[in-house]
Design a protein. Structure first.
Length: 351
């Protein structure tokens, strides 16, 4: 299903707020790219003059993001006009619409809810009746949300850390939510959402009142089996480059890492995992040589969570990603050599 989001604020600085909000709440990557006017089909000219439209993706669903070309504030918002434009977009593009604003008065929020219109106010409220989602500041009850069929990347990171780290000094049972946020490099809100996701999927419980702590409900091998259908591929996308980025500590991944965990022979292609924030910094600063989607001496796998957070115990052997994330990144491979190597990983690190 494809959605349209109408954004009511200037893009360059304000879109960063939206990206962070989506990342904190849902743990997903959000990358808008502007759509040329020639690709807007039969939309009336005044729509393309009023809005700038962007492509984006979330939960593997394609979106269109639309922002006002001017800086109308909430006082000038016409719910009637907005409803008309939403109907127009629905009829012409056959896509759902979500209105997103930097600020909304309580009256305008009430009117949008009464009309059943989807809207988002980053940091304050996410009202998406089409998705059965109603999240607002201070309201984090997972029962009020649409059922999540997969783990959030942040939730998966916590789960895999627990399964991999059997050393008593690195267990998570004594970490409060705040300490978990510091350990994994997330905001406290993002950690709360991740743990709600784990609780919802019956992988852990929460104890404590003022300070909350997580308790996983099964042994590590049982947790792995329960969570496996819910786990996501940690690789967001692959980018090929002609030279390995200088000055970066990168972990080997894919078939380059399999040689460490199994008796598989090394491949000619060199694979490295890189955190998405670091990747986009390198891309923005022109530090990647001929980045493309098809070929290059090195393949950078852009990860949905930070691979270094899980690999610390493996670095004594070689700078490689953790074996469980490696398994999840390759489990859909049809290569018999890869399948045999993955089976060796499970036998060594789970059972």
């Amino acid at each position: 299903m494809v959605y349209i989001i109408i954004i009511k604020f200037t893009m360059e600085s304000k879109i960063k707020k939206l990206i962070k909000y989506v990342d904190d709440i849902l743990g997903f990557v959000f990358e808008p790219t502007q759509v040329p006017k020639k690709d807007l089909g039969n939309l009336p000219m005044y729509i393309s003059e009023m809005y700038r439209i962007y492509n984006a993706s979330l939960f593997n669903v394609d979106f269109l993001l639309i922002e006002y070309n001017d800086d109308d504030d909430d006082d000038g918002l016409s719910i009637f006009q907005l409803g008309k434009h939403i109907d127009l977009l629905k009829n012409n593009l056959n896509k759902k619409v979500v209105f997103l604003a930097e600020n909304l008065t309580s009256l305008n929020r009430k009117r949008l809810i009464e009309k059943g219109l989807n809207f988002i106010v980053p940091g304050k409220q996410m009202y998406l009746p089409d998705l059965l989602i109603d999240l607002r500041e201070g309201n984090h009850n997972p029962r009020q949300r649409k059922k999540v069929e997969k783990l959030l990347p942040s939730a998966q990171l916590i789960l895999l850390y627990h399964i991999l780290h059997r050393n008593e000094n690195k267990q998570l049972a004594d970490d409060s939510f705040t300490q978990l946020a510091l350990r994994f490099g997330y905001s406290r809100m993002a950690i709360t959402k991740a743990i709600e996701n784990l609780v919802y999927n019956k992988l852990c419980t929460v104890e404590g009142a003022r300070e909350k702590y997580i308790r996983f409900i099964a042994n590590r091998d049982e947790l792995w089996q329960q969570a496996l259908p819910l786990c996501v591929n940690p690789v967001f996308k692959k980018v090929f480059v002609d030279e390995k980025p200088g000055g970066q500590f990168l972990l080997q991944s894919n078939e380059s890492a399999l040689t460490v965990f199994s008796n598989m022979n090394p491949s000619r292609q060199k694979f490295y995992a890189i955190e998405r924030v670091k990747f986009y910094d390198l891309l923005k600063n022109g530090q990647l040589t001929n980045p493309n989607e098809s070929e290059g001496k090195f393949c950078l796998e852009v990860w949905k969570y930070n691979p270094l957070k899980l690999a610390d115990e493996m670095l004594n052997d070689a700078p490689v990603v953790d074996p469980l994330s490696l398994y999840l990144s390759l489990r859909e491979s049809y290569d018999e050599r890869v399948e045999m190597a993955l089976q060796q990983i499970v036998e060594k690190y789970i059972w």
